[in-house]
Ligand binder design. Sequence first.
Ligand SMILES: Nc1nc2c(ncn2[C@@H]2O[C@H](COP(=O)(O)OP(=O)(O)O)[C@@H](O)[C@H]2O)c(=O)[nH]1
Ligand SMILES: [Mg+2]
Ligand SMILES: [Zn+2]
Ligand SMILES: [Zn+2]
Length: 390
Amino acid sequence: MSGRRDVTCPYCFASVAPREILFRCRGRAGRRGGCAPVLDEELAAYTGSTANASLPPVFAAPGRSGRAECPGCGGPTGNRACPRCHNPLPAAYCAHPGRIVALVGAKNAGKSTYIAVLLHELMNRVGTELDASLVACDDRTIERYRRDFARPLLTERRLPPTTTSAATAPREPLVYLLTRTRRARLRRDRTDSLALVLFDSAGEDLRSREVTDLHLRYLEAADAVVLLVDPMELPGGRGAGDAPVQDDPIDIIVRVTEALRRRHGTAPGERLPVPVAVALTKIDMLGAEPPGQSALHRSRSGSGVLDLDDRDAVDAQVRALLHDRQAGRLDTYLAQQYTDHALFGLSALGAAPAGDRVGAGGVRPHRAEDPLLWLLYRFGMLAGTRPGGG
Ligand SMILES: Nc1nc2c(ncn2[C@@H]2O[C@H](COP(=O)(O)OP(=O)(O)O)[C@@H](O)[C@H]2O)c(=O)[nH]1
Ligand SMILES: [Mg+2]
Ligand SMILES: [Zn+2]
Ligand SMILES: [Zn+2]
């Protein structure tokens, strides 16, 4: 079944039929002969640079088995590429298309920090807990993650510079595939994957004319959305003398909703079947709560499963917090527009930064992975339990 579904390319968001997907020759390596690299014009046009665009050639083949022989050198290959932009389409992604997770948020919501921390968590602690692997889909993603996210924040402990608008920022997303195999006692093991497509964009892009065509297609293509919101920027979380809110989180989600409605063609009164996770970032700024009373301040419970009791408690607490800060409108809007949304609270850093540097205790993320775990649960990739029964 899934083999016949169209695949949405996580780089250019074109919808392609499985038989259109190209193959790329594996080229020369060690003693293996193969085609020499040539400049790939489509890839260079996509990245805007010829720097990393010299690769062994792509070719079309009816390879239903997912493998084909290169007409140039006769070598077998299983590497797939998008027919439009020539970026790699991993086999696991082609087998289970329709799982693109998009991350959005206003300027200063904490997107850049969150991307750095979430990816690190998924590659390490959380990846181990879930027995899931996070793999970058291309070399540019690996290089940019190290240079722009991991090295500055996690190694040098510097906060990310303000993300400039799409006009100057890298215009392509970081693309990862999160793959998880669920062991089943009676059935066959099931391997599923989710594409994490992360544009480190400036939030105001979503409202201005500057918003790129690629970015709009990204929003349209999203199968799940993570919206980051800075709780200190909520209407009721600010001092009376503060400047007016620049990027109301509602404005951001309205743009996302418009894009999703274009794709789904839903009537205005009809709710969108796209799960939306709304996460308050920087909850370390909310002040200490009496220990034991705040679900949000506890560590997540459950290991390798989603604890649904814990989920309900956090959801209720964040809902109360939104209403407290005159942002209940956000919750109401989501309930009207989407069949399924959930509320989260997290801290990527774990503590307030000191100037432009991470605080003395280092980066200590708190519940950073929660929205992702919920999405995995929603996509049937993670089991849910109710330890309290019921
Ligand atoms: N206290 C606290 N501050 C944070 C946290 N994450 C980000 N910040 C702060 O929020 C600012 C904006 O974060 P950034 O990731 O650049 O936001 P972006 O504009 O959405 O990419 C940063 O300068 C940090 O000082 C957090 O977990 N806790
Ligand atoms: Mg940023
Ligand atoms: Zn593509
Ligand atoms: Zn070849």
